[in-house]
Write a protein that binds this ligand. Structure first.
Ligand code: GLU
Length: 421
């Protein structure tokens, strides 16, 4: 199967720092606090020898980077991909710190990853790898220390292996050590669709500001995994016409609109991908980004809109379902073109917000209804959007820089109050 995209040469950690430095200057951040916030507080790399099904032993590299624990235990997902490397995980960890600050949840930021190709591994190999990684990270993880969750190519199944392995080590069941678990192991209602739902709520808030009518809006959604498929479905529910979707098999375009519920059914009954989807013209992932649509939601991965294709982007509004889909040099061009970008650290914060609700429910031993989860998560996204919008307006900056300013102010205040030795 073809890969989604070749990574741009842009280093995601440098991209994160570029925005960070702009915001630091605007808020007049002192050098000491600036330096503390720039570097991850902990970086763990492990080599994991795993028995493969063919009898061989393969060594996998695994990472867990804790960027900050200043506002609470660190929080962030674990991704499995051949493209995982330490700079990617470092950037993703820092983004989690800003994301949790914007979502107003009492967490710092972290991220984990294992360099592997999960599509070429058996369930048994993935289970051994996940359990070995959990054992290696058992002194990093903890319900009051560092709480992992799903990310690219991981989900409830992997979280179940993590909670089981960790609980066996600790000799007691500790569901709060990881979120995104299956419901029957203490997962939360609404967690699976939470990121996609938050992307829709953020898009809706932006559309109100820009006076865009959902019924007259055409959208393209890149990526049809846990974020993109739900975002597209929620867009459809709002009356938005989703004209293009894509995944690792390429893009699918129909100017009259794609039936998203049918596409989701197709994926569920078709080996988990869109290949063979009827009623749409085949396009590439690159072409999808350049379509003449009103709303574009990149929900796949980093570095999709770069200096190479940014001039061809036609959407009025971009909502980042993925982490880091736009490079920092492309940001400037989009701003000059008057395209509004709702940044990742705001737009995809719905997932970690419901992760927080899952952790609260685990610790209380009391579980909420779906209505309760949705109501709280929607309100939280609306408030976070308003905070970033107001900050951006006050400083005459883009939404991205507004979001960074809001998050960094909060983290900087906490660093100054807590102090160090
Ligand atoms: N991996 C998701 C993200 O990037 C969710 C993290 C979490 O729930 O802790 O936001």
């Amino acid at each position: 199967m073809p890969k989604v995209e070749i990574k741009d040469t842009t280093n995601p950690y440098e991209s994160m720092l570029a925005r960070f430095d702009v915001a630091a200057k605007i808020i007049g951040l002192d050098e000491a606090t600036h330096n503390v916030m720039k570097v991850p507080s902990k970086q763990v790399t492990v080599s994991l020898p795993i028995y493969m099904d063919d009898g061989s032993t393969k060594i996998f590299e695994g990472y867990r980077i804790v960027h900050s624990t200043i506002l609470g235990p660190s929080k962030g997902g674990i991704r499995y991909s051949t493209l995982v490397d330490i700079d990617e995980v470092k950037a993703l960890a820092a983004w989690m710190t800003w994301k949790c600050a914007i979502a107003d949840i009492p967490y710092g930021g972290a991220k984990g990853g294992i360099t592997c190709d999960p599509h070429k591994m058996s369930v048994g190999e993935l289970e051994r790898l996940t359990r070995a990684y959990t054992v290696a990270m058992s002194d990093v993880f903890g319900e009051n220390r560092d709480i992992p969750a799903p990310d690219m190519n991981t989900g409830p199944r992997e979280m179940a292996w993590i909670v089981d392995t960790y609980s066996k080590i600790k000799r007691e069941y500790i569901p709060g050590v990881v979120t995104g678990k299956p419901l029957h192991l203490g997962g939360s209602l609404g967690r699976t669709e939470a990121t996609g739902r938050g992307v829709m709520v953020a898009a809706n808030e932006a559309m109100k500001k820009l006076k865009m009518n959902p019924k007259k809006t055409k959208a393209a959604v890149q990526g049809f995994g846990n974020v993109g498929s739900f975002a597209a479905r929620f867009f459809e529910d709002m009356g938005i016409k989703v004209v293009a979707i894509s995944d690792v098999t390429g893009g699918y375009y129909n100017p009259k609109g794609i039936d998203i519920k049918k596409a989701i059914d197709h994926v569920q009954t078709n080996k988990k991908h869109l290949g063979g989807l009827k009623g749409a013209e085949r396009i590439t992932n690159e072409e999808l980004l350049e379509l003449n649509v009103d709303l574009l939601a990149p929900c796949a991965m980093e570095n999709q809109i770069t200096h190479k294709n940014v001039h061809k982007i036609m959407a009025k509004l971009i909502v980042e379902g993925a982490n880091g889909p736009i490079t920092s040099d492309a940001d400037k061009v989009l701003q000059d073109k008057g395209i509004i970008v709702i940044p990742d650290i705001l737009a995809n914060g719905g997932g970690v917000t419901v992760s927080y609700y899952e952790w609260v429910q685990n610790r209380a031993g009391y579980y909420w209804s779906l209505e309760e989860v949705i109501k709280r998560a929607d309100e939280s996204m609306i408030k976070a959007f308003a905070n970033c919008w107001d900050t951006a307006t006050k400083h005459h900056q883009s939404m991205r820089i507004g979001a960074y300013i809001f998050a960094m102010n909060k983290v900087a205040n906490a660093i100054k109050s807590r102090g160090h030795f």
